[in-house]
Design a protein around this ligand. Structure first.
Ligand code: SF4
Ligand code: SF4
Length: 122
């Protein structure tokens, strides 16, 4: 496993684990997330689902943390050895960057994601 590539990816976003969508309400919620700028949803290789916001950290400047000694514990505990950017192949199993990405996935999987009032509309 290679060391940190200093790509800055881990300082450019906030990612939160979410429940795997299993019902129409969940599918609609993910479609709504993805209508927002700089938001994506991805599934990692452990089948965990995440909501991610592209939001660069204010302490990241010129590819460096300007307050390295004061960085929060989540940064201190983050291991570049476990970093997805260091893995082989795709870092994410599934990536949805847009509403249309997720809609295509739902249609491909033949998942019923529409409430009655949406039939024939989306
Ligand atoms: S830990 Fe990973 S994401 Fe962060 S800078 Fe290093 S290689 Fe990039
Ligand atoms: S505090 Fe430093 S290490 Fe943590 S996300 Fe911000 S720039 Fe990166």
């Amino acid at each position: 496993m290679a060391g940190c590539k200093n790509c800055g990816n881990c300082c450019n976003h906030v990612a939160m684990e979410i429940d795997e969508p299993t019902c129409k309400k969940d599918y609609q919620e993910i479609l709504w997330f993805l209508l927002h700028k700089d938001v994506k949803v991805f599934v990692d290789h452990d089948d965990e689902w995440y909501l991610e916001f592209y939001a660069p950290c204010e302490w990241r400047q010129d590819s460096k943390c300007i307050n390295h000694e004061r960085r929060p514990s989540i940064c201190r505990n983050y291991s570049s050895e476990e970093c997805v950017m260091n893995g082989e192949g795709d870092a994410e199993k599934l990536t949805f960057n847009t509403y249309d990405d997720f809609l295509a996935y739902l249609k491909k999987k033949k998942i019923d994601y529409k409430f009655k009032w949406q039939k024939g509309k989306i």
